[in-house]
Design a binder for this molecule. Structure first.
Ligand code: 5AD
Ligand code: SF4
Length: 435
């Protein structure tokens, strides 16, 4: 038998890229490729890239530079760029880095085996179409190998919201939902392979319309799958949080009490300039309704500071909103002008000011995060154990609230879902003992 060819994939950016990398590896598996952890012995290198901020996009070129020696030593080595930088920059990538053989966008990676076939020996293969056909239907069904207790499952892609700073509507395209039946089949399949927790993914996941009952309808159906214990979803837009989805947080036991609901800023003037189509007040009222449905809901969010035109007063409104909401988890970024987006044309806030605001916001968010985490000490949670921890005999998993929890107990095996009493809070994790 011929020796298997080796595929090295490096994934940048969001959870959807993690899912896409799995699917690309599976597609190449059908061509005799097995995955390797090191680029050094690879026959194919794929970078699955992120275009959301300038820093993320530029990483791709420095990473490619590191493969020059490998390519020189092994001319047959195929190098591909996938993901959102591939979509946004297309041929430009090959111009800047001529050693790249393949460029494939996030909506056309089901064609990766054909691109691999067509490229090499100086021939480039590029595909950044938004094809008519459904890539999920075109991809072969997923292999039946055993897997860990948690999995991502993409149910929706693309975004029609066009926030003024964001490249997603351009790189991922218009909103598309996978049919509920297709999602249910994939979910059952994952559960048969050992998965107990599924995180439904979409750039605008709560705008999902592949089910008559929307995302809430899909979640209620998924909750009926025996052996699936936990359901999560991310990322949501406040304007698509409908009544039934709010109610589901109180009614569906398997839906975990954690919600990532980005607001981006707390000033209505900035929200308007961002084209967010909601106000700070409407966001806070929405959080109140969610907390009425599920009082222990832990909230997570995204913030951008230094958006063009943001004044110190606008920034104070962001700080006030954070104080009011209290986040258990948060991601905050300095605004990065992205080519082709409306905001990229506007005058920027001086970098030093934006840096200073980011520091102040992060200090507040970190404090809140830590307070909420510390308040878990003494409480009982349920932990789904995912892997061995760093200390001997220790196992690590996630609580309902997505807190990392370590427990040292020989009774615990990977994949167990156990009641745990929290005994200690460390900077980024909790320690507990079995109840
Ligand atoms: N600059 C900085 N942050 C951005 N995000 C999206 N676009 C930009 C940008 N141009 C952030 C938003 C979004 C998260 C995924 O990334 O907060 O919710
Ligand atoms: Fe980008 Fe999210 Fe706004 Fe869509 S809703 S444009 S993905 S920030």
């Amino acid at each position: 038998m011929a020796e298997a060819k080796k595929l090295y994939i490096k994934t940048y950016g969001c959870q959807m890229n993690v899912y896409d990398s799995e699917r690309m590896a599976e597609a190449m598996g059908g061509q005799g490729y097995v995955q390797t952890d090191s680029p050094d012995d690879a026959d194919m290198i794929l970078l699955n890239t992120c275009h959301i901020r300038e820093k993320a996009a530029e990483k791709v070129y420095s990473e490619l530079g590191r493969f020059k020696g490998l390519k020189a030593a092994k001319p047959d080595l195929k190098i591909g760029v996938a993901g959102c930088v591939a979509q946004a920059e297309g041929e430009e990538i090959v111009r800047r880095q001529p050693m790249v053989d393949m460029v494939v966008g996030p909506q056309s990676y089901h064609r990766l085996p054909a691109l691999a076939e067509a490229s090499g020996g100086g021939t480039k293969a590029l595909d950044t179409d938004f094809p008519e056909e459904d890539k999920f239907a075109a991809l072969k069904s997923r292999p039946k190998t055993a897997r860990g207790p948690t999995a991502f499952l993409t149910v929706q892609e693309g975004c029609d919201k066009f926030c003024a700073f964001c490249v997603v509507p351009y790189t991922r395209g218009a909103e598309v939902s996978r049919p509920a039946a297709q999602v249910m089949t994939e979910a059952r399949d994952l559960v048969e392979r050992g998965v107990r927790e599924i995180t439904l993914l979409g750039q605008n996941v709560n705008a999902y319309h592949g089910h008559d009952g929307g995302l809430a309808g899909l979640i209620r159906d998924l909750a009926g799958i025996d052996g699936l214990d936990r359901i999560r979803f991310t990322t949501s837009h406040p304007n698509d949080m409908d009544d039934d989805l709010i109610a589901a947080h109180g009614e569906v036991e398997k839906l975990m009490p954690y919600l990532h609901l980005p607001v981006q800023a707390g000033s209505d003037r900035v929200l308007k300039a961002m084209n967010r189509k909601h106000t700070a007040e409407s966001y806070v009222r929405l959080i109140e309704r969610l907390r009425a449905a599920r009082p222990d809901l832990l909230l997570s969010g995204d913030f951008i500071v230094g958006f063009p035109g943001e004044t110190e007063e606008d920034f104070a409104a962001t700080m006030a909103l954070v104080e009011e909401v209290r986040y258990g988890q948060c991601y905050s970024f300095k605004y990065s002008a992205r080519p082709g987006t409306p905001a990229a044309e506007r005058a920027t806030v001086p970098a030093a000011e934006a840096d200073d605001r980011l520091q102040r916001l992060q200090a507040l968010l970190n404090r809140q995060q830590r307070e909420i985490q510390d308040a878990m000490v003494g409480q009982e949670v349920k932990v789904l154990f995912e892997r061995a921890g760093r200390m001997p005999g220790q196992m690590t998993g996630k609580s309902e609230y997505l807190h990392a929890v370590h427990v040292t107990d020989p009774e615990i095996a990977k994949g167990d879902l156990r009641r745990v009493r929290i005994v200690e809070s460390a900077p980024n994790s909790l320690a507990g003992e079995l109840v």
